[in-house]
Design a protein around this ligand. Structure first.
Ligand code: 6R9
Length: 645
C-alpha cells in the first residue's frame, strides 16, 4: 500500500474523507448529485430532468439532462474567452524536436474552430451529418472535432494507423458526407501517406463523399478535382465567426468504432451533455487538475482516451493540453521526458505498453531530464504490471507522484475505476475504487448473481447508469442491447474479468470475451480471423491472444491452408503483410502456426479455450477435450506450438 502523501491531500480537490462523502451522495441520490455537477457546464437552456435510464433488456434507454440545451464547442472554447483568451489551450509538440512547438491560445483556437466550422458548412455539412476524421496528431484534429461540435455534426475519428479498408468500412457504416485527412503524417522521422490511403478507401465509397485535405507537410499528393478540397486555404478565406448551434443534451457528439467479440467493429455513440459533464469532471478529479496546470495525455485522438482526455475534458475545464505528434522513442527513448521538461508538464498520462518499452532502455534516458514539475502520473489501456508500476513510480515519479491507474472503456466515456490522487492509497496493479456515481459489481459468470463477499472474483458489471455512458451502437440499438445487457439482465456488462480484495479494491484480470488487448489497442480476434480467411490460400483461421512482454498480449494465429498449398516461411510473411494491409500495422500477427486441423466440437464450434492454452504454452491443463470431434488434432497443435517460452 502506498498512502496518499499528506501534503498532496491537503492541496487536492478531494481527500479521503471528501471522497467517501461525495461517493455516498452520488450513489444514494444520483439525481441530486448529477443535477448539481451538471452545472459545471454552461447550458443555453437549463435541464429540468437529470436522469432517465433503464438497463432492462429489450427496453434499454439512457438519457441524462434530456431537456437541457448546450453546445460542446461553446463549453470548450467560447465560455473561456473572457477570462483566459490569451492562455494556451493547446501546446503542439511536433514529431521532430527541431521543429518549434506551437502554443495555441483560446483566442486562436476559437478563430481556427470557427473558420473550420464555416468550411464544413460550405461543404454542405449539416446538423446531424457524420464527418470522418482521419488525421494525425496535429492541432487540426482538435479543430475538426470542435468544428463539428459547433455546427452539430457528428464526428467519427478513424485512427491514422488504420488501413484504407478499415477507413472505407467506417465511412460507409457511418454514412459520412465528408472525410478530413492530411497530405502525409510524420511519425518517428518517417511519413505515412494518409491522403493516398484515403484515395484508396474512397474507391469503395459513394462518389458523393468529399475529401478535405489538410496540407500539413506540403508533400505532393494526387488531387481529384471536384472531390478534394484544400482545408487550410478555405479556412484562410472563411469567416472567423460561426454561431454555436444549440444542441440537445442527448444529441450525439461523436461515433467511435471499437472492436467487439463478434462481427465488424461497432460505432459507439456518445452524447453531448452527459458525456461532457463526465469527461470534464473525471479529468479534473482523477488528475487533480488545477488552474494553470500543463497536462499531457500521450494517447492518439483516434482512441477514446484522446477524445475525453486530450480534447474534451481538458478544454471544457479551461486547461492547457499538450498534443504530441511523435513517438516515445524518436529521436531517442528520452523523448517523453524531454517534452515533460520542456513544457513543465504537471500531469502525465500514458499506457503501460509505453512504460514497458521505455523501461528496457534504461534509467539514464529519464534521469537526465528535470521532471520536478510532474505532480500526477496516469496509466490507461491495460492492467499495469507491478514491475512497470514500480519503475514509473520510482524512476519517473521519484516516489512522490501518485499514479492513477484508470480503468474504463470506449463505451464508458470516462474513468470508472480509478484512484483520486489526494484520496486513495495505491496498490500497484489495482485500478482501486469507483469514481463518483459508478456502482461496480462482480457477477458469478454461471449464475449471473451478484457476489456479496468483499474478497471475490467474477465478471465486472455496472449496476446503474452514469452520464458518460454510451447511448447506442450507431444504427443498431438491438446490437447495443445484445452486446452489453443480454448476458446479465439488469446490468451493463463490461466484458472484463475482475477480482476484489478484502479492502474492496478492484483488480482487472483481462477480457473474458474474444477481445484482445495489444499494446493497449483493443482488437476483436474475429477481425483478424476474417482478414486471414479473405486470403486466397487460407481455408480457416482461429486467432487468440497470448502473454507478450512488451505488448501485454500478442496475436497468435492458427491457420489452416487450402488443400494444395505448401506451408512456407515466405507464406507466413505474406500473411503478416496481408493482415497489416487489411486492418493496419497494429493487427500484424506475432505468431502464425500452421494448423492442419482445429479443435472443434461435434457441432463444429472451434474450442478457443484449448487454443488459448496452447498459445500460452500451458497445455498441461487443457481441461475436458472429450467433446472434440477429433481429439488427436490437439496433440499435433501442441507438438508444433510456436510459443515455447
Ligand atoms: C480507455 C480504453 C477497454 C478495455 C477494458 C479493459 C482494458 C483499459 C485498463 C484496462 C486494466 C486498466 N483496460 N484500462 N485494464 N486496467 N487501467 O482503453 O478503452 O480501448 O475501449 O479498451 O481495455 O480490458 O475493457 P478501450
Amino acid at each position: 500500500m502506498y498512502p496518499v502523501p499528506a501534503d498532496f491531500a491537503a492541496k487536492a480537490h478531494v481527500d479521503a474523507a471528501k471522497y467517501q462523502e461525495m461517493y455516498a451522495a452520488s450513489v444514494n441520490d444520483p439525481e441530486a448529485f448529477w443535477g448539481e455537477h451538471g452545472k459545471r457546464l454552461d447550458w443555453m437552456q437549463p435541464y429540468s430532468k437529470v436522469k432517465n435510464t433503464t438497463f432492462e433488456y429489450g427496453k434499454v434507454d439512457i438519457k441524462w439532462y434530456e431537456d437541457g440545451v448546450l453546445n460542446v464547442a461553446y463549453n470548450c472554447i467560447d465560455r473561456h474567452l473572457a477570462t483566459r483568451g490569451d492562455q494556451t489551450a493547446i501546446i503542439f509538440e511536433p514529431d521532430s524536436p527541431d521543429t518549434p512547438a506551437q502554443y495555441i491560445t483560446y483566442n486562436e483556437l476559437s478563430d481556427k474552430v470557427n473558420r473550420m466550422a464555416n468550411v464544413l458548412l460550405s461543404q454542405g455539412v449539416m446538423r446531424g451529418d457524420r464527418v470522418v476524421i482521419y488525421l494525425p496528431m496535429i492541432p487540426e484534429a482538435a479543430y475538426a472535432m470542435l468544428a463539428c461540435a459547433r455546427i452539430g455534426a457528428v464526428h467519427s475519428i478513424v485512427f491514422a494507423g488504420f488501413s484504407p479498408d478499415a477507413l472505407a468500412n467506417r465511412i460507409n457504416d457511418s454514412g459520412a458526407k465528408v472525410v478530413i485527412t492530411a497530405d502525409t503524417a510524420p511519425r518517428g522521422g518517417r511519413r505515412t501517406a494518409l491522403k493516398s490511403n484515403c484515395d484508396a478507401a474512397l474507391l469503395h465509397c459513394s462518389d458523393k463523399v468529399r475529401c478535405l485535405v489538410v496540407k500539413h507537410t506540403g508533400d505532393q499528393t494526387t488531387w481529384v478535382q471536384g472531390r478534394d478540397v484544400d482545408v487550410k486555404y478555405l479556412m484562410e478565406h472563411a469567416s472567423p465567426d460561426c454561431p454555436c448551434r444549440p444542441m440537445n443534451a442527448e444529441d450525439p457528439l461523436f461515433v467511435l468504432y471499437t472492436s467487439g467479440s463478434t462481427g465488424k467493429p461497432k460505432g459507439v455513440v456518445h452524447s453531448s451533455g452527459g458525456y461532457l459533464v463526465y469527461a470534464s469532471m473525471t479529468h479534473q478529479y482523477t488528475f487533480d487538475y488545477h488552474e494553470g496546470d500543463v497536462y499531457w495525455c500521450t494517447a492518439d485522438v483516434g482512441w477514446v482516451t484522446g477524445h475525453s482526455y486530450i480534447v474534451y475534458g481538458p478544454l471544457a475545464n479551461g486547461g492547457t493540453t499538450l498534443m504530441f505528434e511523435g513517438v516515445p522513442t524518436y529521436p531517442d527513448a528520452g523523448r517523453f521526458w524531454a517534452v515533460c521538461e520542456k513544457h513543465k508538464v504537471n500531469q502525465f498520462y500514458t499506457a503501460p505498453t509505453a512504460i514497458r518499452s521505455l523501461m528496457g532502455q534504461g534509467k539514464d534516458f529519464v534521469t537526465k531530464y528535470d521532471l520536478s514539475s510532474i505532480k500526477v502520473l496516469g496509466s490507461v489501456g491495460e492492467p499495469i504490471n507491478p514491475e512497470a508500476w514500480n519503475w514509473y513510480n520510482e524512476v519517473v515519479g521519484k516516489g512522490k507522484c501518485p499514479i492513477v491507474d484508470t480503468w474504463w472503456q470506449t463505451e464508458t466515456g470516462g474513468h470508472m475505476l480509478t484512484p483520486l490522487p489526494g484520496a486513495t492509497a495505491l496498490k500497484p496493479g489495482s485500478a482501486t475504487t469507483p469514481f463518483f456515481g459508478v456502482q461496480p459489481v462482480l457477477l458469478d459468470s454461471t449464475t449471473g448473481k451478484e457476489i456479496d463477499e468483499t474478497a471475490a472474483e467474477g465478471v465486472l458489471a455496472i449496476k446503474d447508469s452514469w452520464p458518460g455512458q454510451m447511448r447506442t451502437v450507431y444504427g443498431d440499438h438491438e446490437r447495443f442491447m445484445q452486446t452489453y445487457f443480454s448476458d446479465f439482465k439488469g446490468y451493463y456488462f463490461t466484458g472484463d474479468g475482475c477480482r476484489r480484495d478484502k479492502d474492496g479494491y478492484y483488480w482487472i484480470t483481462g477480457r473474458v470475451d474474444d477481445v484482445i488487448n495489444v499494446s493497449g489497442h483493443r482488437m476483436g480476434t474475429a477481425e483478424v480471423e476474417s482478414a486471414l480467411v479473405a486470403h486466397a490460400k487460407v481455408a480457416e483461421a482461429a486467432v487468440v491472444g497470448y502473454p507478450h512482454d512488451l505488448k501485454g498480449q500478442g496475436i497468435y494465429c492458427y491457420v489452416t491452408l487450402m488443400n494444395d498449398v505448401e506451408p512456407t516461411d515466405a507464406l507466413r510473411k505474406e500473411l503478416e503483410v496481408w493482415v497489416r494491409t487489411e486492418i493496419g500495422p497494429i493487427a500484424k500477427p506475432d505468431l502464425i502456426q500452421w494448423a492442419p486441423g482445429l479443435p472443434k466440437t461435434r457441432s463444429g464450434k472451434i474450442m478457443r479455450r484449448i487454443l488459448r492454452k496452447i498459445a500460452e504454452n500451458d497445455f498441461g491443463s487443457l481441461g475436458d477435450i472429450s467433446t472434440l470431434a477429433d481429439p488427436s488434432v490437439v496433440d499435433e497443435l501442441i507438438e508444433n506450438r510456436m510459443n515455447r517460452g
